[in-house]
Write a protein that binds this ligand. Structure first.
Ligand SMILES: Nc1nc2c(ncn2[C@@H]2O[C@H](COP(=O)(O)OP(=O)(O)O)[C@@H](O)[C@H]2O)c(=O)[nH]1
Ligand SMILES: [Mg+2]
Length: 202
């Protein structure tokens, strides 16, 4: 089984549940603070630069929907990959944080096809209150979360594992998050495997 997403496509952008594309196939959403490397991770998974990346933290409120075919035990199947707006931009106003939470709640509750939430953490920065809050909120839902520590290439070899272990501890996880790098592709096959498994649960 080659661990590669096939036929990657951009589907649509939306700003709120009333203009999101209708849920029709298993979907995985990606959340993380602004500039964490969310779009870069998605592009690495998709194998094409379909998601816009930027070195300056943006204020995009758009939810971007992508799709591809995912290999799995039951053959190839359609999967949706959703780039959620980043949170924690600069000195966020309380109102902005509330707007993000409202959007995320609307998205999650409106997507019966959602199979997992990937929460992305910068390995150099570690997990903070936002990630803990998000994971705590997700833990109360019947929705698995997958934590990924990205930008692994920015740390020296010896610092990588300790950084991942620290994130796991900060988040009270039973094991360390998956290490990832959009630069080297490290973690890509493992992440695709996890997504494939998540999509197979109904
Ligand atoms: N070295 C390195 N840089 C990365 C990685 N992922 C993202 N970046 C850089 O971090 C910045 C923000 O990335 P982006 O994907 O736009 O973040 P987003 O705001 O979370 O979508 C860009 O300059 C990327 O090139 C990575 O794995 N390694
Ligand atoms: Mg982005």
């Amino acid at each position: 089984m080659t661990l590669r997403l096939e036929d990657p496509r951009f589907v649509a952008s939306g700003t709120s549940p009333d203009n999101f594309p209708p849920p029709s196939y298993p979907e995985i959403a990606f959340a993380g603070r602004s500039n964490v490397g969310k779009s870069s991770l998605l592009n690495t998974l998709l194998g094409r630069p379909l998601a816009r990346t930027s070195s300056t933290p943006g204020r995009t409120r758009l939810v971007n929907f992508f799709a591809a075919r995912l290999p799995g035990a039951k053959g190839k199947r359609e999967v949706g990959l959703v780039d959620l707006p980043g949170y924690g931009y600069a000195k966020v106003a309380r109102s902005e944080r509330a707007a993000w939470q409202h959007m995320i709640e609307g998205y999650v509750t409106g997507r019966p096809t959602l199979r997992a939430m990937v929460v992305i953490v910068d390995v150099r920065r570690g997990a903070e209150a936002e990630e803990r809050d998000l994971l705590e909120w997700l833990a109360a839902l019947p929705l698995p979360s997958i934590v990924v520590g990205t930008k692994l290439d920015k740390l020296g070899k010896a610092a990588q594992k300790p950084a991942l272990v620290a994130i796991g501890q900060e988040l009270g996880m039973s094991r360390s998050p998956l290490g990832f790098s959009a630069e080297t592709g490290e973690g890509k096959a493992d992440l695709i495997r996890l997504l494939s498994r998540a999509c197979e649960t109904e």
